[in-house]
Each structure stands twice: as C-alpha cells, then as structure tokens.
Design a protein around this ligand. Structure first.
Ligand code: GAL
Length: 415
C-alpha cells in the first residue's frame, strides 16, 4: 500500500475540496549528504528539474562527507517502517539494501528509457540487484585527484607533479615558503580518500585490485603496503595542526583562499572551486594523484528508490536523473561526470572534460577500479575496518608495520 503523498480530501459544505497537496503533484522525500556549497548548488539543479515536472521536494539532508552519517539515519528510518522515497547511496551499500528487499523495482522505467544500453557496466554492477534496477546513477566521481592553487605553485616555483618525488618536492617548496602544503580534514573517510590514491600510485592497478578489491592477505601484508603507510606518514607531515575533524569543504576553502597549496580529494572538490568563482587552469589545477595517470578509482552517487508502494513521483525522479541534458547540467556543477556514455562533453570545463576522457580510457584499458574510501571496492564492514586502521595510523596511533599487520586482521575479521 502507498504510504505517503496520498491526495488528501477535506469535506466542506457537502463538497470534497482537494487540499494543497492535491494541486501539486506528488512529492519525493530525498535523503542525502550534499550540504556543502558546491554540493547544494548541484542538488538545486535536480530540485529545479523535478519542480518543472510537478514533483515536489522534501529535503532530508544529513551532513557528513562520504555519507556515513546519512547511512546511520537511513537505518533508523527503515527500521521504523518509514523509509524516505529516494536515498543518495554508494556502491556496495546499494547491494546490501537491495538484499534486504526494501527497495523498489525500477525495471519498467529502465526498459522504457533504455538504461541497459547507456549506463556503463561498472555502474550497472551496483545499480542492479538480481536482474532488477533498484537505483538511478546520477554521476561518476573519482578519488585520485589533486586540487592545487595555481598562484601558489607558480609563486614557489613548483610545477605540476608527475610522480611521487615531484609531489614531495612541490609540497616542500610550499612549506619552505610558509604555506600549508596540504589542506586536509582529519576525518576517517578523508584519510581513506588519500589512502585510495597512495595505494594506487605505490602499487599500481594490479596491486590496488589485489589489496582493495580482492582483499588478498598477501597484498595487504606486503612490503608495498608497508610503503603505502610510510607515504601516508610522509603526507601527514604536510598538514597543519588544526586538521583534526575539519570538514572536507573547509579544507578546499584553504586552497581557494591562498592558505594552502593542494588538497587530495575526489572531484566533488571542484564544485567548491567553481562556487567560489575560480577557473580551472587559471586559478586552480586539477591533476591525477602523481603516478596514477591513466587509472581511475571511481565512485558513483546513485539514488536508490525505496519501496513506498506504487509511486509516480519516484518514476519521474528516476527518469529525470537519467535524462542526458540533466546529466550534463548536474555534473557540470557537481564536479563529477555523467553516468551514461552518450552525453556530450561540450558544456564541461577542462577538468570535467579530462574526467570524462580519463574514465573512458580507464574503462577501455581495464584500469578502472572502485574506490575503497567511497564504498565501491568492498562492502561497508570492510570499508569501515580499513577506515579504522588508516585513520589510527594517520593520527600516529601505530607505526607502518603495526598498521600493515592490523589491516590484514581487520579486513579478515570484517569479511
Ligand atoms: C562522496 C560522494 C560525493 C560527495 C562526497 C563528499 O561520497 O560521492 O558526491 O558528496 O562524498 O560529501
């Protein structure tokens, strides 16, 4: 039975008058974690688009990058039998919720709109469960990016780094000139976002796959992993002392405001730079974590539709999200790239066009891997186990050798 958005009727003087809710079409209640300036701007593109289709928006924001807090709130809502209509979600979480049989089946919209033909297989692997479409992918982000302040790099005589040593040399130059070399927020998911890139640049694509996707104990306990942790310690030496607990968008602001040289962060960071009126290649640079050129650690935000009974608004929302023009308009603002293969890159800036080209190339060369930090390499239990070790080590709670050991056992326990 449909639980929400029913047309209400008011008896008055023998007639039935439709309430305000009836003149408007149905609403969707959307649970998401897009609360930063850039994220909110992108969300407005979706809200406005739905508005033109007569679908109202009930906002359910749960702040917290990476979505950990949002997932906790979602669990409470579903447990109390009152799921939101649509929920922003990442990778393995989608599969976990689908397995609980609380999500809607979008196959009729997907078939009518031809999603099977245009959504990359890497995304379908998460959007479909048991042959059924359960979510609509709105974007593809990737985590192995660096966002740099061009003016500061020029001023200290640092060029765009192509490999690890050049990255360290650029960070040293920024430090010597009195700038904060690396803008970072000490939250587990942010530490893990850096870790994605360090694993990839240190071990390459095969190592990343073995360690982060296959969870191979040999790879997890290898000398390469030891080196990864040593490099995390090295990076820790370039963040300021106020980093604990800082939100990611405040770290972006440090680069935007000429206080810090760079931020290692997924391409949602671009949304903050654009919101501040900065231009790629003029004011800021976007480049892959040095040593990971040609490889992509991706994550895709998808809207999972929960089972709220037959819902026209849900179908409308799913359809709207997948429309090519919307995918362009939304992702231009969000910093991500379209979740379908047939969208023109004409409206994207240089970073967005690079993101699209990198994704297509990585897909072709089999160098496209899911982000561990953002739920596309392993299920939440494993992801959280990795978070714990990475963040404990980053904060000096253990040395690299202890961290390597702890990683193997934490992952084993979580599987
Ligand atoms: C990611 C999500 C992005 C962005 C980021 C920071 O997990 O995929 O869309 O919102 O968190 O909040």
């Amino acid at each position: 039975m449909r639980k929400r958005n029913m047309i209400q009727t008011l008896p008055l003087a023998g007639t039935l008058l439709l309430s305000a809710a009836a003149v408007q079409a149905e609403d969707v209640e959307v649970l998401h974690w897009w609360t930063s300036g850039g994220e909110a701007a992108a969300l407005n593109v979706l809200k406005d688009d739905l508005g033109t289709k007569g679908v109202g928006w009930q906002d359910m924001p749960v702040a917290g990058g990476g979505g950990g807090n949002a997932m906790t709130v979602l669990r409470a809502r579903v447990t109390s039998g009152n799921p939101p209509t649509a929920v922003q979600m990442l990778g393995f979480d989608i599969q976990d919720w689908a397995a609980e049989e609380v999500v809607a089946n979008l196959n009729s919209v997907a078939e009518a709109e031809g999603w099977n033909e245009v959504v990359p297989t890497a995304l379908q692997r998460f959007a479909k469960y048991d042959g059924k479409w359960v979510s609509a992918p709105v974007n593809v982000h990737s985590t192995n990016w660096i966002w740099a302040n061009k003016k500061l790099l020029d001023e200290v005589g640092a060029k765009q780094p192509e490999n690890w040593d050049e990255l360290i040399s650029a960070l040293d130059k920024l430090k010597a000139a009195g700038y904060i070399p690396l803008a970072h927020g000490g939250q587990a998911w942010q530490d893990a976002t850096i870790f994605d890139g360090v694993v990839l640049t240190t071990g390459g694509i095969d190592f990343y796959r073995k360690a982060m996707v296959d969870l191979d104990p040999e790879a997890l306990s290898s000398d390469t992993m030891l080196k990864v942790f040593d490099r995390m310690t090295q990076l820790r030496g370039y963040v300021d002392k106020n980093f604990p607990g800082r939100d990611w968008n405040l770290a972006s602001a440090m680069v935007i405001e000429n206080k810090a040289g760079m931020q290692i962060m997924g391409d949602w960071a671009k949304g903050e730079f654009l919101k501040a009126g900065l231009k790629p290649n003029e004011d800021f640079l976007c480049f892959r974590m040095p040593g990971t050129q040609g490889m992509v650690t991706f994550n895709s935000d998808q809207f999972v539709m929960f089972d709220v009974g037959e819902s026209k608004a849900q179908d409308e929302m799913a359809k709207a999200i997948m429309a090519p023009a919307f995918q362009s308009a939304f992702n231009v603002v969000k910093g991500s790239v379209p979740a379908r293969t047939d969208v023109s890159n004409a409206d994207f800036d240089a970073c967005g066009q690079k993101g699209m080209a990198d994704l297509a190339e990585a897909n072709k060369n089999d160098t496209l891997v899911g982000s561990m930090a953002h739920g596309h390499a392993a299920p939440a239990a494993v992801k959280n186990a990795v978070y714990d070790v990475v963040t404990n080590h980053f904060n000096g709670g253990m040395d690299s050798q202890q961290a390597t050991k702890a990683l193997v056992s934490a992952v084993q326990d979580a599987i």
